[in-house]
Design a binder for this molecule. Structure first.
Ligand code: GLC
Length: 489
């Protein structure tokens, strides 16, 4: 008997991406389709459903399914929605086309987000149901797809066998975004205050909490963060609900797609290089620095940082550490978009020392690749990090990372001073500019003072295997089996 699984998410690279969620949905779906041991056990290709945002590029091979009519979650006239099928690389992408909800600029942060994502979940489930085959496991991600659990509860109450059978695995990528719906907004989800489905909080409904309480299994994206999430500091108000799930809440470390992230075959790079032969990395460094208006012949350490400009990422620590680092001859390259106030100090630094600090305030796939390859040291000073992908990519690109000892960063980087023969980077504890600067200075000293040790460090990092197939995709398959079994499937 093969298990039918569908992934429901707000992002999937390269069609719609704000952060790591998009990368993980794409690469996990592809890896699941490739699992040899899943042969015959997991129906392939896997379905991935995301909204058709205005910005989604439609390939000419896209094919429209017949339109669907579903009740608007907020009441009123029915919604007519389309489903557009796209043959993606290794899975089947189905774009849920609800123009009133998604034919707008931007992915998130519209005042009617609860309604937009409730409508998305309802239409997606109607499409999966129309396929005429039972769905064993629905895999939802973050708060955006939590309304699917309200749909299941309604379907179960109505005795609908499709929903009675369907198990749900909820993956939590970020506990900072809850999808909070104040009582006055409950109508967007088709709920009236006091409705048992609304959860009993007199002030409103927390969609992420709804997913945690109602899914058959819940996971987050690293074992380290799964442990941290049970504490008040990292649980962000959800630690109690997560503890209550007992062994039904666990961590599975994200992977990266080794084919997508391969310095030996990366078109964005000036020269290819690989483990054991990193000569091309020097050309990548020169190319990056030239593009940024920095002197390629200056051998001093260049530190790179890539990510959403979000308080989570600890860029303020890097900004505060910057003056001392620049004084020591270090140069900085920062790429990301998001909160303008997080970029402000880097903007000022780049204006006063354009040959020492570069800031690119945008989302730029090619530049990101050139930074992973071209800088000497990669910094991830996150305050919290459910997993983090940048450190894994940096390791694969031979760029030793400096990371805070938190969540998935602590699970994926080993400090070279703590474990000299095994270390792959530099780990620091306190979320302070001083602790970050000290860790970067350790890296700068090793690089300048002991080239052989530095080369060995790079080599160990490049040898780390974060491919999905090795462990994490099989663990998701196990979770699907377990969720289906809990549901009686
Ligand atoms: C979120 C988390 C990040 C994780 C990513 C993918 O962006 O903040 O730590 O790697 O999701 O799971």
């Amino acid at each position: 008997m093969s298990v039918r699984v569908a992934l429901l998410a707000a992002e999937c690279e390269p069609w719609a991406k704000v952060g790591g969620l998009g990368d993980v949905v794409d690469s996990l779906a592809r890896a699941l389709g490739r699992l040899p041991e899943a042969g015959g056990e997991l129906e392939a290709p896997i379905d991935v459903l995301i909204p058709r945002y205005r910005s989604v590029p439609l390939p000419s091979t896209a094919r429209a399914e017949p339109p669907l009519r579903v009740a608007d979650p907020a009441g009123g006239a029915d919604l007519t929605a389309g489903i557009v099928d796209v043959a993606a690389d290794g899975y089947r992408l189905r774009l849920v086309d609800i123009p009133a909800a998604f034919d707008r600029d931007g992915v998130y942060d519209h005042p009617d987000d609860p309604w937009r994502f409730a409508a998305f979940c309802r239409v997606a489930l109607a499409a999966l149901r129309r396929d005429g085959r039972p769905l064993d496991v629905l895999h939802v991600h973050d708060w955006h797809t939590a309304p699917a659990l309200l749909e299941r509860a309604r379907g179960e109450a109505a005795g609908d066998p499709f929903f009675q059978r369907m198990a749900v695995l909820a993956t939590l990528h970020n506990l900072a975004y809850h999808g909070w719906v104040p009582t006055a907004g409950l109508g967007q989800l088709g709920l009236a205050p006091g409705d048992p489905l609304a959860g009993g909080n007199p002030f409103g409904l927390d969609l992420l909490l709804t997913a945690i309480e109602r899914a058959d299994l819940v996971n987050t994206v690293s074992p380290g963060f799964a442990a941290e999430a049970l504490t008040p500091v990292f649980g962000m108000g959800l630690d109690g609900a997560l503890s209550a799930r007992g062994d039904r809440f666990f961590g599975i470390l994200n992977g990266i797609d080794a084919g997508v992230w391969d310095p030996g075959a990366d078109d964005a790079l000036a020269a290819p290089y690989r483990r054991g032969d990193v000569a091309g990395k020097t050309a990548c460094r020169a190319d990056l620095l030239r593009r940024l208006g920095m002197d390629p012949s200056d051998g001093g350490a260049v530190v790179g940082c890539i990510g959403r400009l979000d308080p989570q990422k600890g860029l303020d620590l890097l900004a505060d550490a910057a003056p001392a680092l620049l004084e020591a001859g270090v140069r900085l390259v920062v790429l990301g978009d998001g909160h303008a106030e997080i970029a402000a100090p880097f903007r000022a630094l780049a204006a006063s020392a354009p040959d020492r600090v570069a800031l690119a305030e945008r989302f730029d796939r090619a530049l990101a690749r050139r930074i992973y390859a071209g800088v000497d040291i990669f910094a991830m000073p996150s305050r919290f990090e459910p997993c983090g992908l940048g450190q894994m990519i940096a390791l694969r690109y031979g760029t030793p990372p400096v990371v805070r000892r938190t969540g998935g960063l602590a699970d994926s980087v080993v400090d070279v001073d703590e474990q000299p023969g095994r270390g792959t980077g530099f780990v620091f504890d306190e979320a302070t500019p001083g602790a970050l600067a000290a860790a970067i200075e350790r890296a700068v000293r090793l690089r300048a003072g002991d080239p052989a040790a530095w080369a060995a460090l790079q080599e160990r990092g490049m040898a780390r295997d974060f491919g999905w197939e090795t462990s994490s995709a099989p663990r998701y398959l196990d979770a699907y089996r377990r969720a289906a079994a809990l549901r009686g499937g």
